[in-house]
Design a protein around this ligand. Structure first.
Ligand SMILES: Cc1cc2nc3c(=O)[nH]c(=O)nc-3n(C[C@H](O)[C@H](O)[C@H](O)COP(=O)(O)OP(=O)(O)OC[C@H]3O[C@@H](n4cnc5c(N)ncnc54)[C@H](O)[C@@H]3O)c2cc1C
Length: 457
């Protein structure tokens, strides 16, 4: 079967590429191939009752399917060039922001109306941070919430389903560049051809992306991984910050090593969740806009960026090995009270029961110092004490630390300002390109490429 455009992956990158093509060039025959299920069939089997922790499904419903890794996410669309990816390095800062705002308007039009846009502009908290050696990054953030995010995705699917051919449960095994300049895309028992191919396979497709780059001789580079913990504490500790800003990205430089530790993915009144990346269980978090689904706790990650120099190349392998250690000791994610960590003892079921906080994730009580490298753990402890100055209570004994949270960075695929690889007509976008690491940047990259194709076909 022949298509004008084939999109591989139905995460935000793929969806917004399909959306923009349908808007700007409805005459094009477009297909989307997605390894996972359609939205309504995505269901994680963890019910907290019969199945309490990750059973490593062949197809992870949290990471795969229509909506991609973002489907059950908190739906925080950060409109900024300060974090979330380096798309601006390819397309320019002003254009990147313009595309993120365009995506925001689409989200509002498809079910996100009424949601709040938070901003760091003019906040008093910035000064308070600097006075305590903490640095608040600038951003506006649209918080759709897990529930509204799902509604928006459902509406986008309704809009797209008659204009684009969707193939679900159809992982693409290979992409071949043919001599006539077209592409052949193969899945289990069929192959399809197209004039333009957009690859948007996200973090879960990182290994497959490496294989494609090897086969098509597309240069790549990589050498970073972020490792840390997810912090969970009573929502009241951070309420004065989250009520105003919702998400605050705060960076701290440790006194001991000069490493940068940063807050990441803040979920006021949210829940901590498992994340399964290629069979390795790590931790993440989300929260609902709907007040009835909110919890008493706020969670956020504290991450330390690790850049490696020659000769070591496998930064993701390093992160995976650390995550595997926690999986080995705890059968999945490990949780430890901050008080236990600094006293050099493991958390136990009893100590967890005695704590004045109810964890939102059922993790194994244990000892993170047996898992995280000293340098990383020292940095996290230092930052917790620094945060305690602007949010007293952060360094409380009962503050929970879940480990490990790993932010894997896909290797960066060599593309030009069109996000086109050295093969004309083969685009690589979203988190799978290594250029974006967020909903807004991934979505914006999809729009950018779709416009390029619409203008040139
Ligand atoms: C629990 C959680 C919470 C998050 N919260 C936020 C948040 O609040 N804000 C934020 O900015 N970011 C958040 N993120 C990150 C965000 O979801 C990603 O940055 C974003 O989804 C990237 O979009 P993408 O389209 O590049 O890739 P993805 O969303 O990962 O989508 C890629 C899709 O490609 C499919 N695929 C992979 N390989 C193949 C193949 N070979 N053939 C066919 N299909 C394939 C996958 O199944 C997947 O559906 C969160 C992530 C998680 C897991």
């Amino acid at each position: 079967m022949n298509f004008d455009v084939i999109i591989i992956g139905a995460g935000p990158g793929g969806i917004f590429a399909a959306y923009e093509l349908a808007q700007k060039k409805p005459s094009l025959k477009v297909a989307v191939f997605e390894a996972g299920n359609e939205l309504s069939k995505r269901r994680c089997p963890i019910d907290g009752d019969k199945i309490k922790s990750c059973i490593s499904c062949k197809n992870c419903s949290i990471m795969s399917g229509f909506g991609g890794a973002g489907a059950f996410s908190d739906g925080k669309y950060n409109i900024t060039n300060d974090f979330g990816g380096t798309l601006y390095e390819y397309i320019g800062k002003a254009h990147a922001l313009e595309l993120m705002k365009y995506v925001d308007n689409i989200n509002l039009a498809y079910g996100g109306e009424g949601t709040r846009l938070y901003s760091t502009a003019g906040t008093r908290f910035k000064t308070e941070c600097i006075q305590n050696d903490l640095h608040l990054l600038d951003a506006s953030v649209r918080h759709l919430g897990t529930d509204k995010n799902y509604v928006v995705l459902g509406n986008l699917y309704e809009f797209l389903k008659d204009k684009v051919t969707f193939f679900f449960n159809s992982p693409i095994s290979s992409v071949a560049a043919l001599e006539d300049g077209t592409y052949e895309v193969r899945c289990k028992d069929a192959s399809y051809s197209c004039k333009k191919c957009i690859i948007s396979v996200g973090r879960i497709g990182s290994k497959w992306m490496e294989q494609v780059c090897r086969e098509l001789d597309i240069p790549t580079s990589s050498n970073r991984v972020d490792i840390g913990v997810r912090v969970e504490l009573p929502a009241s500790v951070f309420a004065h910050i989250t009520d105003e800003l919702y998400e605050s990205k705060i960076v701290y430089r440790t006194q001991k090593y000069g490493d940068k530790v940063r807050t990441f993915c803040m979920n006021p009144r949210g829940a901590v969740v498992n994340e399964n990346t290629n069979g390795i269980i790590t931790v993440n978090g989300h929260s609902y806009e709907d007040k009835s689904k909110q919890t008493e706790n706020t969670n956020f990650a504290l991450l330390v960026a690790k850049h490696f120099s020659e000769p070591f190349k496998d930064s993701n392998g390093y992160g995976e090995s650390i995550a595997r250690l926690s999986n080995m000791l705890g059968g999945g994610v490990i949780v430890q009270r901050f008080g236990d960590l600094i006293r050099g003892r493991r958390s136990t079921e009893k100590r967890m029961r005695d704590a004045f906080i109810t964890p939102t994730l059922n993790a194994t009580p244990g000892d993170l110092s047996l898992i995280l490298p000293k340098r990383i753990l020292d940095g996290i402890i230092e930052m917790i004490y620094a945060l305690d100055k602007v949010a007293p209570g952060t360094a409380n004994d009962d503050t929970l630390l879940y480990g490990v949270e790993v932010k894997f960075y896909n290797m960066e695929v060599a593309v030009d300002s069109h996000l086109e690889s050295r093969h004309k007509g083969l685009y690589v976008i979203g988190d799978g390109s290594g250029i974006t690491h967020s909903l807004s940047h991934a979505s914006a990259s999809g729009i950018h490429v779709a416009r390029d194709i619409a203008e040139n076909m």
